[in-house]
Design a binder for this molecule. Structure first.
Ligand code: FMN
Ligand code: SF4
Length: 491
């Protein structure tokens, strides 16, 4: 039986366990106060003077459903997910990772923005807005931002890396520590490729605007290409080495966007502010162990080279200052590389099958998220910052969400797995300030299992929440399990 780390009967239990672990998990108890804090609208002003209004303090994090078609168009399950998110009550929907070039897709069913997929993306956006309008009467204060990406090291067809990595080049994925390394090194993205890619991001931004999105996010997190680039201290040339060079790609894109697309289109970044080190499944037991790494460790953004277990936000904070000057108005904070150290980004009770048991109490992971976001918000009090790391807290997440906003430790609260399981959390929180504990995500990682399941005719299973959304994913989970069973067992 897996350990059940979440064992709190009430807020007092949670509070005293946080104190025992020596971490700060602020909590608001009073229902009226929770409601009024979470209902606070957020205003964002562009460099050009345009104002956007987000009608409450909830955001839905970008979450890929891996359910598009091979041409990058969204499918029926994609529409279903965004219908549920639209009706769920959050006023900021951060649409999932969408590749800007076909070779930058993480899987064959990832969304890909290009003229041929524009109509279907427009329909998807309208589906989401219609669902919101139907429930709440208006979309005036409802924002939709599209995440633009190149999957770099984790592209499914041809991996392209931003810098050589002494560990990830050999072990890009979590598996047992005694398994052999991969034999061929992934290709390093050349300066010419990156210069060309800048324009692909700009074109994708212009197309996203034409489609009707309110803004885009240049995805710089989770070990994908732009996230690796901002940490590429050992890369040579125009895009590597000093922070000024590493920031070049994003700052160039931001400048070109302002020139070609205009100042009144919302520019966001999802930034991984602490990459940490890669982990493996321990060979003695299944607890996560760090793989051997060289020190100083010059391979992770926000990661102290002399003590890479320590988050050091000095570079991320400096970089965010430059992003603001370049017109970025929305910053979503994330951590870790889900393929290499999933406990950092998605604190969990139960790992995905074949992955490691958490090497730290998940509440420490939640606290790391809250602390990172708070430090960034503190450095830039007027920046619209979206915090991550709430789902593990189950029905107590609304108490922490309200407290972080109240204490100016974040502007918006982003929900990930929590809303795959229970999409109407924002609405219920704003109505009753109380969530149904039977419906909350229990961080069981089946959504990750589906995401990593590739053995069907399209080379990818769609993902969602099988335990709490059986209607959507019960059958898909059974199919994925059958496909993943070793051939010998199937006989
Ligand atoms: C199925 C799934 C898909 C995800 N897809 C994306 C994505 O497209 N872009 C992204 O930035 N993060 C993605 N994430 C990470 C989430 O946005 C979020 O950071 C993470 O789940 C932690 O938040 P939580 O504790 O609320 O779940 C994904 C997570 C899951 C579980
Ligand atoms: S499968 Fe459902 S319960 Fe499990 S982590 Fe994902 S969203 Fe949560």
């Amino acid at each position: 039986m897996p350990i059940q780390y979440f064992h709190y009967k009430g807020l007092a239990d949670l509070r005293s366990h946080a104190a025992e672990l020596g971490v700060d998990i602020p909590l608001v108890e009073d229902s009226e106060e929770i409601r009024s804090i979470l209902a606070r609208p957020v205003e964002i002003k562009s460099l050009g003077g345009k104002t956007w209004r987000i009608g409450n303090s909830f955001a839905i994090h970008p979450m890929e459903g891996c359910d598009g078609d091979l041409d990058g168009n969204p499918g029926e399950l994609t529409a279903r997910r965004y219908r549920r998110f639209g009706a769920g009550g959050a006023k900021l929907i951060w649409f999932e990772a969408c590749a800007v070039v076909p070779e930058g897709r993480a899987n064959p069913r990832q969304l890909w923005i290009h003229p041929g997929s524009a109509n279907r993306l427009r329909e998807l956006l309208e589906t989401c807005r219609d669902a919101h309008r139907k429930e709440f009467g208006t979309c005036e204060d409802f924002l939709a931002v599209l995440q633009l990406t190149h999957s770099g090291r984790y592209s499914f067809e041809k991996q392209k890396v931003a810098s050589r990595h002494p560990v990830l080049d050999l072990y890009p994925l979590v598996n047992r520590e005694d398994l052999p390394p991969r034999e061929t090194l992934p290709e390093l993205a050349s300066d010419e490729y990156l210069a060309e890619l800048e324009d692909r991001f700009v074109q994708a931004t212009a197309l996203a605007r034409e489609i009707g999105f309110d803004g885009v996010d240049l995805k710089m997190t989770h070990g994908y290409l732009l996230s690796e680039l901002i940490g590429a201290r050992t890369r040579e040339g125009a895009y590597g080495g000093p922070l000024e060079n590493r920031a070049r790609f994003t700052l160039n894109v931001a400048e070109k966007v302002r020139r070609q697309v205009g100042d009144d289109f919302l520019l966001g970044v999802r930034l991984g502010v602490y990459d940490g080190v890669p982990y493996a499944v321990g060979s003695e037991n299944s607890i996560g162990v760090p793989r051997d790494f060289p020190t100083p460790y010059n391979y992770g953004f926000g990661t102290d080279p002399n003590d890479p277990y320590r988050m050091d936000l000095s570079e991320p904070i400096k970089f965010i200052g430059w992003l603001r000057q370049a017109g970025v108005r929305l910053l979503n904070v994330s951590l870790g590389i889900p393929y290499a150290n999933p406990h950092l980004g998605r604190p969990f009770d139960k790992p995905n099958e074949g992955y490691y048991e958490t090497p730290e109490h998940p509440l420490l992971g939640v606290a790391r998220h809250f602390s990172a976001t708070a430090q960034i918000q503190n450095a830039y009090p007027d920046l619209a910052v979206v915090g991550t790391g709430y789902s593990w807290l189950r029905h107590f997440l609304i108490h922490a969400a309200a407290a972080n906003i109240k204490q100016h430790r974040t502007t918006l609260v982003g929900l990930g797995r929590a809303v795959l399981a229970y999409p109407e959390i924002p609405r219920v929180a704003l109505d009753k300030a109380e969530l149904d504990p039977l419906r909350t995500c229990k961080t069981l990682s089946y959504c990750t299992y589906l995401m990593r399941s590739k053995k069907n005719e399209l080379g990818q299973f769609p993902t969602g929440c099988p335990p709490f959304d059986k209607e959507g994913y019960g059958k898909i989970m059974k199919q994925a399990r059958a496909a993943n069973r070793p051939a010998a067992e199937k006989k």
